[in-house]
Every structure is written in structure tokens, then in C-alpha cells.
Design a binder for this molecule. Sequence first.
Ligand code: ZN
Ligand code: ZN
Length: 283
Amino acid sequence: MINYHFHDEHSSDGARPLVEHCEAARRAGILEICVTNHVEALREDGSWVVDFEEAVRRFERVLESVVRARSRFPELTIRFGAEFAYRPEWTDPLDRLAESLPFDFILGSLHDVDGIDVSGPNASEFFRDRPLEAAYGRYFEALHELVEWGTFDAVAHFDLVKRYGHRAYGEFAPSSLEAPIRSVLAGMGRAGIGIEVNTSGCAQWPRAPYPDESILTWAREEGVPFLTLGSDSHAPEHFTQGITDGSAHASRAGWDRLTIFEARRPIGTIPLQPNETQPGGDR
Ligand SMILES: [Zn+2]
Ligand SMILES: [Zn+2]
């Protein structure tokens, strides 16, 4: 099994040194991990900023910690990654960051839409006084903008908007927005961008991995080229949250493999079900 989405002490919202997350991986029998810290940093006034110089310095320290952890955990494959959150004004510094450091894998994510963090405490502002089709429709439109930008390898937590949206509208049925969702997925297929199963939803609402099983099925049908899996944990004690459920969820949607990365290129796959025998060539 792998975990290609977690945050450590070098992420604004993460905790504890990388080696403690590696320990958690080793205890759980996970063989390959990728640390994907946020680039944006919290200012004293509570706003978020992507400062290219600060980010380069901080991610150089992450890379140093990855190199040290590799020698301490030789049995574990440790990749150097990041989570690039999309805002139109951040694409330039993020493009430069991607060019400046030897990342193995980059997640693209959408937290802010029209200045509101749809995954944060003020998310209700985004849903106020408009129907689900308008609010979620705008979210998927912004997700399309993220994909058109494209400086990343896989889309993280594709339907994160439902995390707080359910308080306004109840449980999300993707069929009500199938056409715009398929359009985003088809764009990912054309751009060679993959999709992530994100298991952070298992421990809180929606009590299931992101995205919905039907979206994972449509992703295959629309030509999304690969799947990754991550717990999106922010502390070592949550490192394995939902990972087993996440693989079963993806299997039900017809996926059978997870893709692994080096230097931002897919270099192989591993089976979603650990007992499955592997054909030659892949690892
Ligand atoms: Zn995220
Ligand atoms: Zn994350």
C-alpha cells in the first residue's frame, strides 16, 4: 500500500517531523509514501500567502528531511511532493516553485473559490442564498480552471465542496451535476492528469473517501489516466486513516491499480488489492 498525501511540520497545518510519519508508515506496513505539504503560509492577519522565496527555503528543508529519512528507513520509499492549492494569483509563484525543486509528485487542489475557503470554518458563506446547482456548479467550474492551469500531477479531494455543503443541502448526489463533472474529468484525461482517492473524509463527514464512487467510475470512462491514494493526514497518529477503506472504494469503482511517481513522471503501478499477483514489468 502507499500513502501519497500527508502533511508534516513544514505544512502550515501539519505537525511533527517527517521521521515520525515514516514510523507510522512502517508500523502499518506501508511501503511507499509521498510528503505533500501545503505551499501557502498563514500571515499574522489570518490571510494566506504564497511567497516564492519563503516557499523555496521551506521546501529545501523538506527535501533535506526526505534525504535524511531515506537513509534512516531504507525499506521505505519516500517521495518528495507538495500540494499546490489553486488561486489565480498563486499560479505564477507555484509554476516557478515546480521548476525550482526536484519534486517527485505534485497534487493540485481547490480550497478557495471566489475568495471563500469552501473547506474551512466560513464555508457556509459560499452556500448562502443559492441553490446547490449554483454553488456546486461554481465549485466545479473553478475545478476546471485548476485543471486548465495544470501545474500538478493529480487532482486531490475532487468533491471536497460537499464536506460543508451537506449542511446546506444534505447528502450530495453527483448525478445532479454529471455533465459539468464529466467535463472536468475529460479535461484531466486530455491533460494527462490523474485523480486521487483521499481518505480524510472517512474520519469526519462525509464518512467516506473523496470523491464519490460514481465520480471515480466516470473518471475511468473519461480517460483520467491514473489513480493515487492518500490519507491527507496532518499528524502521525492519523497517518493510516481510511487507507484500507479507500482502496476498497476505488476497487468498487473499477480501478485496480495505483500509480507511483518519481521526478513527476509515472514510473509504475501497484495493485489496489495487496494479495493480487502482479504481472511482470510493474512494481
Ligand atoms: Zn487539500
Ligand atoms: Zn492536504
